[in-house]
Design a protein around this ligand. Structure first.
Ligand code: 6PG
Length: 469
């Protein structure tokens, strides 16, 4: 009988190869397949003493897996996932399972799981964060799907995941597409924080005239304190990197048009669907979209004048203000993501445990940050908290609000776009307003469309003939 392997991986690109090697490092056996022969060769060369094998057909891969079988797909989201399912399915038996480790849209995961379970095959949708390095040395893993099916791969996942204080950054999150949903929201937060950082860059570069070396040291200092996070850390490093071709700083040679694969947009789309406000994340998606209109922006720049984009403020005072404003907006961004998860958990019956999600985001993933330990503690103490701003974190934003207001004001006055800061402040002010001007919207709706309104003083639904009287 040929050797039996613990898990199969289909798709041996950078993520697949690194994940296979990571599994091999922890003493599990893994068998990989890719249509592209050179990728098989890459894995074979890297495998060393590990129980890692690459084979040339799906049939071979399935035939060498322990039963019940676990076949993990690490391919781009969309049609490639369906293509692999079609290819592998004829060789599987009831009880076997697929694991989709890509950024699949959660509704696709639901559709696929419902289709597969009719044949007795399970599908785990697993969000994986941490890029190439994470896949190789410890990602954050966000698994969802059938709980018992997950138990089969749990030892592997716990071994390969990043560790924080000895705890693996993986927990079973919930049924169906819970894992992919949580990963989508992770990416929404990722977009929000990246946009906020890029706004701080703009304010410091154009507003204060900081050099790349100065930017490096500001972000490096920021990373030592309460905003310590992976994204701030890599940002600080980016400013010192020289271009191999010209010797100039690489950052200044990169075209200012942001691309996107869609996960941030999906988070915004579903938040709209569920009517959960996540304006910081929405503004981050829009800012990437706007950046892509480079030619139009250049034309508009010639036609539309504005302030000079220079800040009048004292440099050191403004830098302190900016750091505090960033910390506040960072809390607000996580708040919006968590609020979306809270609502989605009810709507889609995921039964998410927010404390677990904060815990597994503390290491391995792109949005890992010191703040997540605080968020985790908040949910540990109150699992049903509807919004993080109602916790001590909200009080911290309140204490720093003058700085957030100051940054928004300075940006507006200098004509430097700061949509994510502005959206964050407006969210904070909207959320803490016991009264909002929505009564006027109700009156207008009733005026032109007889949509009715409720009153503050009498129960019931009312309509007024606005033109009479
Ligand atoms: C991660 C990243 C990862 C990937 C995104 C980037 O958690 O490791 O989020 O999933 O880098 O797909 O997304 P955009 O191309 O949309 O920026």
């Amino acid at each position: 009988m040929p050797e039996q392997f613990d898990i199969g991986i289909v798709g041996l690109g950078v993520m697949g190869r690194n994940f296979a090697l990571n599994i091999g490092d922890h003493g599990f056996s893994v068998i990989g397949y890719d249509r592209n022969i050179s990728k098989l060769q890459d894995l074979r060369l890297a495998a060393g003493e590990r129980k890692v094998l690459a084979v040339e057909s799906i049939e071979q891969l399935v035939g060498m897996l322990k039963v019940p079988r676990s076949v993990m797909m690490l391919v781009p989201a969309g049609p490639p996932v369906d293509a692999i399912i079609q290819e592998v399915l004829p060789f599987l038996e009831p009880g076997d399972m697929f694991i989709d480790g890509g950024n699949s849209h959660f509704t696709d995961t639901n559709t696929r799981a419902q289709h597969l379970i009719k044949k007795g095959i399970y599908l785990l949708g697993v969000g994986i964060s941490g890029g190439e390095h994470g896949a190789r040395f410890g990602p954050s893993l966000m698994p969802g799907g059938d709980k018992e099916a997950y138990e089969r791969v749990r030892p592997i996942f716990e071994a390969v995941a990043a560790k924080v204080d000895g705890e693996p950054c993986v927990r079973y999150l919930g049924s169906g597409s819970a894992g992919h949903y949580v990963k989508m929201v992770h990416n929404g937060i990722e977009y929000g924080i990246m946009q906020l950082i890029s706004e701080t860059y703009d304010l410091m570069k154009r507003g204060l005239g900081l050099t790349n070396d100065e930017l490096h040291s500001v972000y490096d200092q920021w990373n030592q304190g309460e905003i310590n996070s992976y994204l701030i850390e890599i940002t600080s490093r980016i400013f010192t990197r020289a271009d191999d071709k010209t010797g100039k700083r690489l950052i200044d040679l990169i075209l200012d048009e942001a691309r996107q694969k869609g996960t941030g947009k999906w988070a915004s789309q579903d938040a709209m669907e569920l009517q959960v406000p996540i304006p910081t994340i929405d503004s981050a998606v829009s800012a990437r979209d706007l950046s892509a209109y480079k030619a139009e922006r250049e034309e508009a720049n010639r036609k539309l004048s504005g302030p000079e984009a220079a800040l009048k403020e004292d440099r050191d005072t403004f830098l302190k203000q900016l750091r505090n404003a960033f910390y506040s907006a960072m809390i607000i961004t996580y708040t919006q993501g968590m609020a979306l998860l809270t609502r989605a958990s009810r709507e889609y019956h995921y039964n998410l445990v927010l404390e677990d999600i904060a815990a597994i985001w503390r290491g391995g993933c792109i949005i890992r940050a010191a703040l997540l330990e605080r968020i985790r503690t908040v949910y540990q103490e109150n699992a049903d908290l509807p919004n993080l701003l109602l916790s001590e974190l909200g009080e911290e934003v309140a204490q720093r609000q003058d700085d957030l207001r100051g940054v928004v004001e300075s940006a507006a006055r200098a004509g430097i776009p700061a949509p994510a800061f502005m959206a964050s402040l407006a969210y904070f002010d909207g959320y803490r307003s016991a009264w909002l001007p929505a009564n006027l919207i109700q009156a207008q709706r009733d005026y032109f469309g007889a949509h009715t309104y409720e009153r503050v003083d009498i129960k019931g639904v009312f309509h007024t003939q606005w033109e009479q009287g």
